[in-house]
Design a protein around this ligand. Structure first.
Ligand SMILES: NC(=O)c1ccc[n+]([C@@H]2O[C@H](COP(=O)([O-])OP(=O)(O)OC[C@H]3O[C@@H](n4cnc5c(N)ncnc54)[C@H](OP(=O)(O)O)[C@@H]3O)[C@@H](O)[C@H]2O)c1
Length: 316
Protein backbone atom coordinates (compact mmCIF):
# COMPACT_ATOMS: atom_id res chain seq x y z
CA UNK A 1 0.00 0.00 0.00
CA UNK A 2 1.42 3.41 -0.95
CA UNK A 3 2.15 5.66 2.05
CA UNK A 4 -0.41 8.48 2.05
CA UNK A 5 1.18 10.28 5.01
CA UNK A 6 2.82 13.65 4.80
CA UNK A 7 5.64 14.37 7.26
CA UNK A 8 7.22 17.15 9.33
CA UNK A 9 10.96 16.90 9.88
CA UNK A 10 12.09 17.52 13.45
CA UNK A 11 15.38 19.23 14.33
CA UNK A 12 17.03 15.85 15.02
CA UNK A 13 16.24 14.77 11.45
CA UNK A 14 13.43 12.36 12.37
CA UNK A 15 10.24 12.56 10.36
CA UNK A 16 6.88 12.63 12.12
CA UNK A 17 3.65 11.85 10.24
CA UNK A 18 1.52 15.01 10.19
CA UNK A 19 -1.58 13.17 11.33
CA UNK A 20 -1.66 10.87 14.31
CA UNK A 21 -4.36 9.02 16.22
CA UNK A 22 -5.13 10.46 19.67
CA UNK A 23 -5.81 7.93 22.42
CA UNK A 24 -6.84 9.98 25.49
CA UNK A 25 -10.22 8.73 26.81
CA UNK A 26 -10.13 5.76 24.43
CA UNK A 27 -11.34 3.04 26.75
CA UNK A 28 -9.93 -0.41 27.25
CA UNK A 29 -12.08 -2.60 25.04
CA UNK A 30 -12.12 0.14 22.37
CA UNK A 31 -8.60 1.41 22.00
CA UNK A 32 -6.99 -1.75 20.64
CA UNK A 33 -9.45 -1.89 17.79
CA UNK A 34 -9.08 1.86 17.17
CA UNK A 35 -5.29 1.58 16.85
CA UNK A 36 -5.49 -1.51 14.64
CA UNK A 37 -8.09 0.15 12.42
CA UNK A 38 -5.97 3.29 12.18
CA UNK A 39 -2.89 1.31 11.14
CA UNK A 40 -4.94 -0.58 8.53
CA UNK A 41 -6.17 2.74 7.13
CA UNK A 42 -2.63 4.11 6.88
CA UNK A 43 -1.94 6.03 10.11
CA UNK A 44 1.67 5.57 11.21
CA UNK A 45 1.66 7.96 14.17
CA UNK A 46 -0.10 7.14 17.44
CA UNK A 47 -0.23 9.63 20.31
CA UNK A 48 -0.38 8.08 23.76
CA UNK A 49 0.53 8.77 27.37
CA UNK A 50 1.12 6.91 30.61
CA UNK A 51 -1.72 9.03 32.04
CA UNK A 52 -4.27 7.48 29.65
CA UNK A 53 -3.96 4.11 31.42
CA UNK A 54 -4.53 2.24 28.16
CA UNK A 55 -0.99 1.57 26.95
CA UNK A 56 -1.36 -2.17 27.49
CA UNK A 57 -4.06 -2.39 24.83
CA UNK A 58 -2.29 0.02 22.53
CA UNK A 59 0.73 -2.27 22.81
CA UNK A 60 -1.38 -5.31 21.89
CA UNK A 61 -2.52 -3.50 18.77
CA UNK A 62 1.10 -2.80 17.74
CA UNK A 63 2.10 -6.38 18.39
CA UNK A 64 -0.75 -7.78 16.29
CA UNK A 65 -0.25 -5.36 13.38
CA UNK A 66 3.49 -6.08 13.31
CA UNK A 67 2.88 -9.86 13.57
CA UNK A 68 0.37 -9.87 10.67
CA UNK A 69 2.85 -8.00 8.46
CA UNK A 70 0.83 -4.77 8.04
CA UNK A 71 3.70 -2.70 9.46
CA UNK A 72 7.22 -3.01 10.76
CA UNK A 73 8.15 -1.40 14.08
CA UNK A 74 10.28 1.18 12.27
CA UNK A 75 7.28 2.28 10.18
CA UNK A 76 5.45 3.43 13.30
CA UNK A 77 5.92 6.74 15.08
CA UNK A 78 5.03 6.08 18.71
CA UNK A 79 4.67 8.92 21.20
CA UNK A 80 4.17 8.62 24.93
CA UNK A 81 4.45 11.10 27.78
CA UNK A 82 6.15 11.37 31.16
CA UNK A 83 3.51 11.86 33.83
CA UNK A 84 3.80 14.48 36.57
CA UNK A 85 4.30 12.04 39.43
CA UNK A 86 7.55 10.84 37.80
CA UNK A 87 9.34 14.21 37.47
CA UNK A 88 11.90 13.49 40.19
CA UNK A 89 15.21 12.47 38.53
CA UNK A 90 15.20 9.01 40.13
CA UNK A 91 11.76 8.24 38.63
CA UNK A 92 12.14 9.42 35.03
CA UNK A 93 13.67 6.28 33.55
CA UNK A 94 11.32 4.11 35.61
CA UNK A 95 8.37 5.93 34.05
CA UNK A 96 9.48 5.34 30.48
CA UNK A 97 10.27 1.71 31.26
CA UNK A 98 6.72 1.26 32.61
CA UNK A 99 5.33 2.65 29.35
CA UNK A 100 7.66 0.54 27.21
CA UNK A 101 6.67 -2.60 29.10
CA UNK A 102 2.97 -1.89 28.57
CA UNK A 103 3.55 -1.00 24.91
CA UNK A 104 5.71 -4.14 24.44
CA UNK A 105 8.35 -2.00 22.72
CA UNK A 106 12.11 -1.49 23.14
CA UNK A 107 11.93 2.23 22.36
CA UNK A 108 9.48 5.01 21.56
CA UNK A 109 10.01 7.60 18.86
CA UNK A 110 9.09 10.56 21.02
CA UNK A 111 8.89 11.04 24.78
CA UNK A 112 7.18 14.25 25.90
CA UNK A 113 7.13 15.82 29.34
CA UNK A 114 3.31 15.92 29.72
CA UNK A 115 3.51 19.34 31.37
CA UNK A 116 6.01 21.40 33.37
CA UNK A 117 4.08 20.60 36.57
CA UNK A 118 5.24 17.86 38.93
CA UNK A 119 3.14 16.05 41.53
CA UNK A 120 4.12 13.80 44.41
CA UNK A 121 4.52 10.09 43.69
CA UNK A 122 2.15 8.15 45.92
CA UNK A 123 1.98 5.03 43.76
CA UNK A 124 2.59 4.22 40.10
CA UNK A 125 -1.12 4.41 39.34
CA UNK A 126 -2.20 7.41 41.45
CA UNK A 127 -2.20 10.12 38.80
CA UNK A 128 -3.69 13.02 40.78
CA UNK A 129 -2.54 12.44 44.38
CA UNK A 130 -4.37 14.35 47.08
CA UNK A 131 -3.79 14.70 50.81
CA UNK A 132 -6.26 13.90 53.57
CA UNK A 133 -7.55 17.47 53.27
CA UNK A 134 -8.43 16.78 49.61
CA UNK A 135 -5.75 19.19 48.35
CA UNK A 136 -3.50 18.19 45.44
CA UNK A 137 -0.08 16.90 46.50
CA UNK A 138 2.10 18.98 44.19
CA UNK A 139 5.84 18.82 43.66
CA UNK A 140 7.68 22.00 42.72
CA UNK A 141 10.70 20.18 41.27
CA UNK A 142 11.98 22.25 38.37
CA UNK A 143 11.22 20.88 34.89
CA UNK A 144 14.84 21.54 33.82
CA UNK A 145 15.94 18.88 36.35
CA UNK A 146 13.47 16.47 34.77
CA UNK A 147 14.62 17.41 31.28
CA UNK A 148 18.25 16.52 32.11
CA UNK A 149 17.10 13.00 32.99
CA UNK A 150 15.04 12.74 29.82
CA UNK A 151 18.20 13.47 27.83
CA UNK A 152 19.76 10.34 29.30
CA UNK A 153 16.88 8.27 27.90
CA UNK A 154 17.89 9.29 24.38
CA UNK A 155 21.48 8.30 25.10
CA UNK A 156 20.25 4.92 26.38
CA UNK A 157 18.22 4.33 23.21
CA UNK A 158 14.91 4.14 25.08
CA UNK A 159 13.48 7.01 23.03
CA UNK A 160 14.61 8.50 19.73
CA UNK A 161 13.66 12.04 20.68
CA UNK A 162 12.35 14.14 23.55
CA UNK A 163 10.00 17.08 23.73
CA UNK A 164 7.51 18.93 25.89
CA UNK A 165 3.79 19.48 26.11
CA UNK A 166 1.73 22.37 27.51
CA UNK A 167 4.90 24.48 27.90
CA UNK A 168 4.67 28.26 27.58
CA UNK A 169 7.40 30.37 25.98
CA UNK A 170 9.36 31.23 29.18
CA UNK A 171 9.35 27.54 30.17
CA UNK A 172 10.75 26.51 26.77
CA UNK A 173 13.42 29.22 27.09
CA UNK A 174 14.46 27.81 30.48
CA UNK A 175 14.88 24.33 29.00
CA UNK A 176 16.76 25.62 25.96
CA UNK A 177 19.27 27.31 28.27
CA UNK A 178 20.38 23.95 29.73
CA UNK A 179 19.48 21.48 26.96
CA UNK A 180 22.16 19.25 25.46
CA UNK A 181 19.48 17.39 23.48
CA UNK A 182 17.16 19.75 21.60
CA UNK A 183 13.42 20.05 22.29
CA UNK A 184 12.02 18.67 19.05
CA UNK A 185 8.35 19.23 19.80
CA UNK A 186 5.81 21.07 21.92
CA UNK A 187 2.36 19.47 21.99
CA UNK A 188 -0.30 22.08 22.77
CA UNK A 189 -4.04 22.54 22.67
CA UNK A 190 -4.85 24.10 19.34
CA UNK A 191 -7.99 24.78 17.29
CA UNK A 192 -9.61 27.93 15.91
CA UNK A 193 -11.14 28.89 19.30
CA UNK A 194 -7.75 29.33 20.99
CA UNK A 195 -5.04 31.83 20.07
CA UNK A 196 -1.68 30.03 20.17
CA UNK A 197 0.25 32.46 17.91
CA UNK A 198 2.88 33.37 20.53
CA UNK A 199 3.84 29.74 21.26
CA UNK A 200 3.73 28.75 17.58
CA UNK A 201 5.89 31.68 16.46
CA UNK A 202 8.46 30.97 19.17
CA UNK A 203 8.58 27.25 18.27
CA UNK A 204 9.04 28.07 14.58
CA UNK A 205 11.95 30.37 15.46
CA UNK A 206 13.62 27.53 17.41
CA UNK A 207 12.84 24.72 14.96
CA UNK A 208 10.46 23.04 17.42
CA UNK A 209 7.60 21.20 15.71
CA UNK A 210 4.11 21.84 17.10
CA UNK A 211 1.56 19.10 17.57
CA UNK A 212 -2.00 20.36 17.95
CA UNK A 213 -4.09 18.45 20.48
CA UNK A 214 -7.86 18.52 21.00
CA UNK A 215 -8.30 19.76 17.41
CA UNK A 216 -12.07 19.11 17.58
CA UNK A 217 -12.40 20.85 20.94
CA UNK A 218 -12.33 17.59 22.92
CA UNK A 219 -16.14 17.17 23.13
CA UNK A 220 -15.87 13.85 25.03
CA UNK A 221 -13.82 15.17 27.96
CA UNK A 222 -15.40 14.67 31.37
CA UNK A 223 -15.90 18.39 32.08
CA UNK A 224 -17.44 19.25 28.68
CA UNK A 225 -20.31 21.72 29.00
CA UNK A 226 -23.02 22.88 26.63
CA UNK A 227 -21.53 26.37 27.05
CA UNK A 228 -18.40 25.23 25.17
CA UNK A 229 -18.00 26.44 21.60
CA UNK A 230 -19.20 23.68 19.27
CA UNK A 231 -16.50 23.73 16.62
CA UNK A 232 -17.96 20.92 14.54
CA UNK A 233 -21.30 22.72 14.18
CA UNK A 234 -20.02 26.26 13.80
CA UNK A 235 -21.63 28.01 10.78
CA UNK A 236 -18.27 29.37 9.51
CA UNK A 237 -16.62 25.94 9.78
CA UNK A 238 -19.59 24.37 7.97
CA UNK A 239 -19.61 27.05 5.27
CA UNK A 240 -15.90 26.65 4.44
CA UNK A 241 -16.14 22.85 4.62
CA UNK A 242 -19.17 22.85 2.28
CA UNK A 243 -17.33 25.05 -0.21
CA UNK A 244 -14.58 22.38 -0.48
CA UNK A 245 -16.80 19.32 -0.32
CA UNK A 246 -15.23 18.06 2.91
CA UNK A 247 -16.72 17.51 6.37
CA UNK A 248 -16.37 20.15 9.12
CA UNK A 249 -14.10 17.76 11.05
CA UNK A 250 -11.84 17.28 8.03
CA UNK A 251 -11.59 21.06 7.71
CA UNK A 252 -10.72 21.36 11.41
CA UNK A 253 -7.88 18.85 10.94
CA UNK A 254 -6.64 20.29 7.64
CA UNK A 255 -6.52 23.72 9.33
CA UNK A 256 -3.42 22.43 11.19
CA UNK A 257 -1.83 20.34 8.46
CA UNK A 258 -1.92 23.27 6.03
CA UNK A 259 -0.06 25.43 8.59
CA UNK A 260 2.66 22.79 8.96
CA UNK A 261 1.35 21.69 12.36
CA UNK A 262 1.08 18.01 13.29
CA UNK A 263 -2.44 17.07 14.45
CA UNK A 264 -3.69 14.14 16.59
CA UNK A 265 -7.49 13.83 16.48
CA UNK A 266 -8.91 11.09 18.71
CA UNK A 267 -11.60 8.65 17.64
CA UNK A 268 -12.55 5.07 18.44
CA UNK A 269 -15.10 4.94 15.59
CA UNK A 270 -13.72 3.24 12.45
CA UNK A 271 -15.63 5.42 9.93
CA UNK A 272 -14.42 8.59 11.70
CA UNK A 273 -10.84 7.33 11.98
CA UNK A 274 -10.91 6.95 8.20
CA UNK A 275 -12.67 10.26 7.55
CA UNK A 276 -10.13 12.08 9.71
CA UNK A 277 -7.16 10.53 7.89
CA UNK A 278 -8.53 11.72 4.56
CA UNK A 279 -8.17 15.31 5.81
CA UNK A 280 -4.63 14.95 4.38
CA UNK A 281 -6.21 15.66 0.96
CA UNK A 282 -8.01 18.87 2.04
CA UNK A 283 -6.28 22.13 1.17
CA UNK A 284 -7.04 25.19 3.31
CA UNK A 285 -5.87 28.58 2.05
CA UNK A 286 -4.14 31.25 4.15
CA UNK A 287 -7.24 33.41 3.77
CA UNK A 288 -9.48 30.62 5.10
CA UNK A 289 -7.10 30.07 8.03
CA UNK A 290 -7.34 33.78 8.84
CA UNK A 291 -11.14 33.58 8.77
CA UNK A 292 -11.12 30.55 11.08
CA UNK A 293 -8.74 32.36 13.44
CA UNK A 294 -11.46 34.97 14.05
CA UNK A 295 -13.24 32.29 16.14
CA UNK A 296 -10.62 32.62 18.92
CA UNK A 297 -12.20 33.27 22.32
CA UNK A 298 -10.12 35.19 24.83
CA UNK A 299 -8.73 32.87 27.57
CA UNK A 300 -10.74 29.85 26.32
CA UNK A 301 -9.22 26.41 26.82
CA UNK A 302 -10.88 23.03 26.57
CA UNK A 303 -8.07 21.55 28.69
CA UNK A 304 -7.10 24.26 31.23
CA UNK A 305 -5.48 21.94 33.81
CA UNK A 306 -7.61 23.72 36.44
CA UNK A 307 -6.89 21.09 39.10
CA UNK A 308 -3.32 22.36 39.37
CA UNK A 309 -3.97 26.09 38.84
CA UNK A 310 -2.00 26.90 42.02
CA UNK A 311 1.10 25.01 40.86
CA UNK A 312 4.28 27.09 40.80
CA UNK A 313 4.84 25.93 37.21
CA UNK A 314 1.21 26.37 36.01
CA UNK A 315 1.73 27.39 32.38
CA UNK A 316 -1.43 29.20 31.28
N1 LIG B 1 -0.63 16.67 25.77
C1 LIG B 1 -1.78 16.85 26.37
O1 LIG B 1 -1.85 17.39 27.49
C2 LIG B 1 -3.04 16.44 25.66
C3 LIG B 1 -4.29 16.92 26.11
C4 LIG B 1 -5.42 16.56 25.41
C5 LIG B 1 -5.32 15.74 24.30
N2 LIG B 1 -4.11 15.23 23.90
C6 LIG B 1 -3.97 14.31 22.74
O2 LIG B 1 -4.76 14.81 21.67
C7 LIG B 1 -5.71 13.84 21.28
C8 LIG B 1 -6.97 14.49 20.71
O3 LIG B 1 -7.59 15.36 21.62
P1 LIG B 1 -8.93 15.00 22.44
O4 LIG B 1 -8.99 13.54 22.66
O5 LIG B 1 -8.95 15.91 23.60
O6 LIG B 1 -10.14 15.42 21.52
P2 LIG B 1 -10.48 15.69 19.99
O7 LIG B 1 -9.63 14.89 19.09
O8 LIG B 1 -10.57 17.16 19.81
O9 LIG B 1 -11.98 15.12 19.95
C9 LIG B 1 -12.29 13.79 20.18
C10 LIG B 1 -13.81 13.62 20.09
O10 LIG B 1 -14.26 13.92 18.77
C11 LIG B 1 -15.00 12.81 18.26
N3 LIG B 1 -14.69 12.68 16.82
C12 LIG B 1 -13.51 12.29 16.27
N4 LIG B 1 -13.60 12.29 14.93
C13 LIG B 1 -14.86 12.67 14.62
C14 LIG B 1 -15.55 12.82 13.40
N5 LIG B 1 -14.96 12.60 12.22
N6 LIG B 1 -16.85 13.23 13.45
C15 LIG B 1 -17.45 13.48 14.63
N7 LIG B 1 -16.85 13.35 15.83
C16 LIG B 1 -15.54 12.93 15.82
C17 LIG B 1 -14.54 11.61 19.06
O11 LIG B 1 -15.57 10.64 19.11
P3 LIG B 1 -15.36 9.03 19.05
O12 LIG B 1 -14.03 8.70 19.67
O13 LIG B 1 -16.52 8.53 19.85
O14 LIG B 1 -15.43 8.65 17.61
C18 LIG B 1 -14.32 12.24 20.43
O15 LIG B 1 -15.55 12.40 21.09
C19 LIG B 1 -5.94 13.06 22.57
O16 LIG B 1 -6.65 11.87 22.40
C20 LIG B 1 -4.52 12.92 23.06
O17 LIG B 1 -3.85 11.91 22.33
C21 LIG B 1 -2.96 15.60 24.55
Amino acid sequence: MADKNTYATMSNGLKVPMIGLGTWKSKPGEVKNAVKTAIDIGYRHIDGAYLYLNEGEVGEAYKEKIADGTVKREDLFVTTKLWATFHRPERVEQALRLSLKALQLDYVDLYLMHSAMGAQHVSDTEMFPTGEDGKALLDDIHYTETWKEMEKLVEKGLTKSIGVSNFNVPQMKEVLKIARVPIVMNQIENHPCIDQREVIDFCKSKNIVITSYSPLGSPDRAWASNKDPNLREHPLVKEIADSKGCTPVQLLIAYHLCQGLVCVPKSVTPSRIEQNFLAIDVKVTDEEIKKLDTLAISKYRAVPWDFWRNHVHYPF
